[in-house]
Design a protein. Structure first.
Ligand code: DX5
Ligand code: ZN
Length: 231
């Protein structure tokens, strides 16, 4: 599998001190910063958009791993590219009608979003909600349109929820088998107590919000997560 990357979710940071929080967590060993964008429509919560990412970019050279929990991902591609986002991860369920997705062939609407993200100069991530079958993302990975697949292990919308193990995190395994070099990200309820199952399933990009920002010593949590994945 590719190198282990720890991407703390700033959803659990102090939003009034975002630049300092980002700087602090990078100095403590974070590889990427996971930025959760919620539109109050695709998920029942509102967070931040491209204007905040653009402001943060002036204070940070970190890799911005943006997770767009929004109903119309295509609408925001140019704004995020201009704001300095590095990874643009959109939901498979948002890019096309989930009922029209198939494991056998790529849906043109999803493929178009993926191509537009890359054309805008960002890396392409596709996220799957817990109930979405992993087979449905395979056509895009096989077509070479995707740099990362994000497997959600909570229902998106809020930090601090309980990790869904078993079959949900288990969706990583067939992806890893079929695509040894792919970035596979797990997001939701990841902590030192759940990381072993995440690592065993084959993920290499680890998101953790409350476990990192809620810790007395976030650097130790980052190091512990990394050590568990690296074995
Ligand atoms: C869930 C978000 C996650 C969330 C993770 O809607 O996509 O990135 O911030 O937070 P924790 O690690 O606390 O579950
Ligand atoms: Zn996220």
């Amino acid at each position: 599998r590719p190198a282990t990357l720890i991407s703390p979710s700033i959803l659990s940071a102090d939003f009034a001190l975002l630049a300092e929080e980002c700087d602090r967590i990078v100095k403590l060993g974070a590889d990427w910063l996971h930025i959760d964008v919620m539109d109050g429509h695709f998920v029942p919560n509102l967070t931040l958009g491209a204007p905040v990412v653009a402001c943060l970019r002036k204070h940070s050279r970190a890799y911005f791993d943006c997770h767009l929990m929004v109903s119309e991902p295509a609408k925001w591609i140019d704004d995020f590219a201009k704001a300095g986002a590095n990874m643009f991860t959109f939901h498979l369920e948002a890019a096309a009608d989930p009922a029209a997705l198939s494991a056998a062939e790529a849906h043109p609407a999803v493929a178009d979003v993926a191509r537009a993200v890359r054309a805008a100069g960002m890396e392409v991530g596709i996220a799957l909600k817990p109930e979405t079958a992993v087979e449905l993302v395979m056509p895009y990975v096989e077509a070479g349109l995707v740099d990362m697949v994000l497997i959600l292990t909570v229902n998106p919308g809020f930090g601090g929820q309980k990790f869904m193990g078993g079959d949900v995190v288990g969706k990583c395994a067939p992806l890893r088998r079929a695509h040894p070099g792919l970035h596979i990200q797990v997001d939701g309820g990841v902590a030192p107590s759940t990381i072993d199952e995440v690592a065993a399933a084959g993920a290499n990009v680890i998101v953790a919000g409350s476990a990192v920002f809620g810790a007395e010593r976030p650097g130790e949590v980052i190091a512990a997560l990394r050590a568990s994945v690296d074995g």
